[in-house]
Design a protein around this ligand. Sequence first.
Ligand code: 6GU
Length: 236
Amino acid sequence: MRIDIVTIFPEFFDVLDLSLLGKARQSGLIELGVHNLRDHTHDRHHSVDDTPYGGGAGMVMKPEPWGDALDAILGADPEPVDDGPIVIFPSPAGDQFTQRMARELSLEQHLVFGCGRYEGIDQRVVDHYEQRGRVRLVSLGDYVLNGGEVAVMAMIEAIGRLIPGVVGNPESLVEESHEDGLLEYPSYTKPASWRGLDVPPVLRSGNHGAISSWRHQQQIERTERVRPDLLPPTIS
Ligand code: 6GU
């Protein structure tokens, strides 16, 4: 998969050299391009923002640098195609990012993330690229970040680890929170007793059927307690 990121803080993404995603880049499973929006400004001050039409607090990101930066990645005049790149703008006004969305996006060839700052990007940037291909506004959740960078980092980690070969043992992807619609069961390792707390005896019983049903029961109890919204509505 190819991933391009446009940002005024390219250094934010230096950490993508590390860990699993760093390895995936070294092995060529993920190809990453980080682009500084200010390289696409043409004024002396490299300005990327201006005051909003209609007034109001804060600044809005100007469309021209975004147009130049995204054209440099996408090509200036691509034919709209169904399987072309997806341009993703992180935004608290977007669709909620979920494990399902991460799975869908992990099947793509090319993702382009446009990280807005300030009060957002001039709406015409979104409108323009919607005319030329696939565009999505995606939110991490119901809270406000200062910019899209941290959100994009989270999305890239969630998407990248689903690309075949990125996570060494693919079985570890199966038994995770959200993959089966339930939260994960609790895990334990040695020692069997620690600070007066014992590992649940069933896990040391060697009875795989019993272990499996205990874990499933734990998943259901946890989900009922912490995230009842994830459970299907019960018939009463
Ligand atoms: Cl994707 N961006 C920003 N700026 N704030 C957010 C967000 C995204 N998701 C939640 N809050």
